[in-house]
Ligand binder design. Structure first.
Ligand SMILES: [Zn+2]
Length: 255
């Protein structure tokens, strides 16, 4: 058997070739879905829109979207909106595409896990390189863009944080280590506040641990950037540096 690192480099070479020569092209309908249903994209300049579409094409080329739990057909809307969420969260980096997470499993609604014996809305499984989402919960998160609850952002944030510390592929340690350390110090303070029952800008799940705080923090960052900034400018500023983008630029008005 080929050693693991060589298999990985072969697999990543094949993927690179596919990106170069066999890249998915977005159809008119798919671009229309972006324009009409993904406000982050709709607000971008023409130059950034083009960049966004190119990143999305790479995501669609390199990930498999698989229906589960009775979901027979993965629609263009599902691929585009979930893919666009990945592009949005990673838009600060030119080439980031979370290669470890090559499969996106989509359930029609919440699904029962025989391992945890609970119903789930979504999860990220680094062992199998999968991101799982309930389509219904994903859409609920998209419906209200200003409430700081967004399943898609939440799960992609988990994948991003894990990818940063997965060392076998070329994508790791893309977080600036110094900025990341400052973020964790400030995050600890917020986690304590949430645990103490204080009123914060974050929803209470953020108080569970650092992984959950990062995911909930990014939901707040993208959906309530102005409130987040007013609440804790230092933490917000640290996230801007960590994520290399400032959602307040895209969301200009407070209404
Ligand atoms: Zn979570």
């Amino acid at each position: 058997m080929m050693p693991l690192y060589r298999m990985n480099s072969l697999a990543s070479l094949i993927m690179e070739l596919r990106i170069l020569f066999g890249r998915v092209r977005l159809t008119k309908l798919e671009i229309q879905i972006l324009e009409q249903q993904f406000p982050y994209y709709a607000r971008l300049s023409e130059k950034h829109k083009k960049e966004f579409r190119e990143k999305l094409a790479v995501i669609l080329t390199t990930k498999s979207f698989i229906g589960r739990g009775g979901l027979r057909i993965v629609s263009p809307e599902m691929k585009i909106l979930i893919g666009a969420t990945m592009v949005m969260v990673t838009f600060g980096w030119k080439d980031l595409r979370l290669p470890h997470f090559s499969k996106i499993l989509i359930y029609p609604d919440t699904y029962y896990s025989t391992i945890s014996r609970q119903y789930h809305r979504g999860e990220v499984n680094p062992r199998y390189g999968i991101i799982v989402m309930s389509w219904n919960c994903f859409l609920n998160g998209m419906e209200n863009q200003k409430d700081g609850v967004n399943l898609g952002i939440h799960e992609v944030a988990h994948a991003l944080k894990l990818e940063n510390q997965i060392y076998y592929n070329d994508e790791c340690e893309f977080f600036n280590p110094e900025v990341y350390r400052s973020f964790q110090v400030l995050a600890s303070e917020e986690i304590q506040k949430i645990k103490a029952g204080d009123q914060t800008v974050f929803r209470s799940n953020g108080g569970i641990d650092h992984d959950e705080f990062f995911a909930v923090g990014l939901e707040t960052f993208f959906e309530k950037p102005h409130e987040f900034f007013e609440y804790n400018p230092e933490l917000y500023g640290t996230l801007v540096r960590l994520m290399r983008q400032d959602p307040r630029v895209w969301i200009g008005t407070r209404s």
